[in-house]
Design a protein around this ligand. Sequence first.
Ligand code: GLU
Length: 268
Amino acid sequence: MKVSKAGAVAATLAVALTASGCAEDAKEPIAIGIKFDQPGIGFREQDGTFTGFDVDVATYVAKQLGYKANEIEFKQVFSSDRELLIQYNEVDFVAASYSISDKRKEKVDFAGPYFIAHQDLLVRADDASVTKAEDLNSKKLCSVTGSTSAEKVKALAPKASVMELEGYSECLVAVQDGSADAMTTDNSILAGYAARKENTGKFKLIGLSLSNENYGIGVKKGNKELQKKINAALTKMVTDGSWEAAVKKNFGPANYKYEPAPMVTSGN
Ligand code: GLU
């Protein structure tokens, strides 16, 4: 049977409309990778809503790209699978305490940076035995697979006994129950845990600045158009005051002394 082009299009449209119920639903949501277990950064609340600085940044960027908040699908990413999920189109972009690094740039591109954090240590509040990175050489240290923090541990404390877990919330449990003495990652993340109501008085940050972590938004390698659009959105977020409002809202409760907004540098 010979089907005219217009007929074929109409048939496809009819199927699409039937499948989605109505034409307005036809827009695909934008899929954004965030962390689900990092309070103040990327966190899934008990009621299923999402909070945190990365969530606010991602929502702002999505809006600039033409997506309303209810047209966003947040997907959980771990430190170790961010590149992979971008490469396999599981997400359109990742905003997940994701440091821009040369190694990662071999696999993905980054927009940004939009935030600067520093690697630090978190220990139990009553532990006075750790004041600097070298003190970890006789300690059990928890870190997360695939993170820049885990990579730096060997240089910081070569003799530390290191356990690598999937996420920072697991490390926190390990520090609390004594199976680890300390955990290491960005101070922005550690401050968020220490500030949780249920953690009051339990943990402290040492206050070191062991690295500079420039958070970027990861996109598919070669997608220069999206990278450019996200850079424009991030720049706008800073100039219209939304960035400052978002850091205050998300890091204020943790009393975290954040750095000023970095310059967005195109073509990361
Ligand atoms: N910012 C660091 C990184 O991208 C540590 C935080 C994380 O693992 O998400 O690896």
